[in-house]
Design a protein around this ligand. Sequence first.
Ligand code: HSE
Length: 423
Amino acid sequence: MSIQNSNKELIIGLFGFGVVGGSLYKVLKDTPGLNARIKKVCIRNADKERDAPAALFTTDAAAILDDESINVIVELTSDADAAYHIIATALSRGKAVVTAGKSTVAAHLPEFIALQRQYGAPLLYEAACCASIPVIRNLEEYYDNDLLRCVRGIVNGSTNYVLTRMSRDGASFSDALQEAQQAGFAEADPALDITGADAANKLAILLTHAYGSTVQPGQVLYTGITNLHTADVAYGRQKGYDVKLVAHAGKLDDGRIAAFVLPTFVPQDSRLYGVANEYNGVEIESSLADRQFFYGKGAGGFPTASAVLSDLSALRYDYRYEYRKLQPEGAVHVSADYYIRVCISCNGLLQVRHSEFARIDEWVSNKQRCYISGIIQISRLAESDWWRQEGISLIAYLECIEQYGPEAVKAESDWIHEEVYAD
Ligand code: HSE
């Protein structure tokens, strides 16, 4: 459906009236220039009190999906299966769709791309990655695939909030997570945030727009912040690092893609170091432009609603993702055949088989923990789970992936170093 050519008002059927849906409702009331109005809102629980006229609400999805006067569906539910059904049905009926549903988009993107092409209806999801930061549209429109060396960033606001509160204020993990939930940053199931699943979903989406690869989030190596020890954060600070959950994507020499989400030691001279609380930051490195940095609020009602609003506004000029970087045969593959530099934090040096490392550069022990830094092949991490066991945490170093090719690994380490802290 061409909204622009039909010169119609955007008549919206909204699914979900939580933190983001409620914020969008308020914002649309204050943006008359957009010529958009919400006709119906589908919710799950009709008994909950809401700050909007009761006549607006229904619990019947068909009342929206079957309504031919509704030309735009905004999907903001927290139910990934329901979201899939809503998006697929709406697209196949020629309705434009705007969603913030990262897990649904990440899991079904090839099918959604096919539906968009078959029925000519656009699906926009800028709100699905980094909320207020327009990272998808920039990757899609501005950056040429060949020149894009790497994209890495803090893409989950809740974990960044938790880590900031632990690192700067000494807050406990559980208190900080509760605050993130109360502020409306966390997912309905916060396990998605703290296990890194939400960041992996976002990374999978970013990979499509950065490199044209449609990988499933499960193909991306990821872990969250649940295994981090309070001492890890303090150790990082002693060394001049902050620990952040970082999504990494980079192009390897063989044309394949490196992609992973891991807690990461971020040095003070990185732009990501200053990204605190629910803010997100994405660093893009391309051959000619060198480094660029996107920064903004990555979670919360209004920041997310701002991206939804921007997508609605883009429908006015018939904007749609062209997916120009997609390879017809899906040829861009995520590789497990590269090395990264990590630090393993553990209770004792014997807890970790040293043969897991291609090279060990440093051992450090203090009264609380032992830290082994060195180079590990990603495929070895992907094939094992020793590093996910309780009492062990793995923290990557931020440096670019590609410098740890086989040559660097083979090079003899001349700085093996042992250090014991008194405290
Ligand atoms: N739970 C998500 C986050 C919401 O904390 O980043 C925004 O996608």
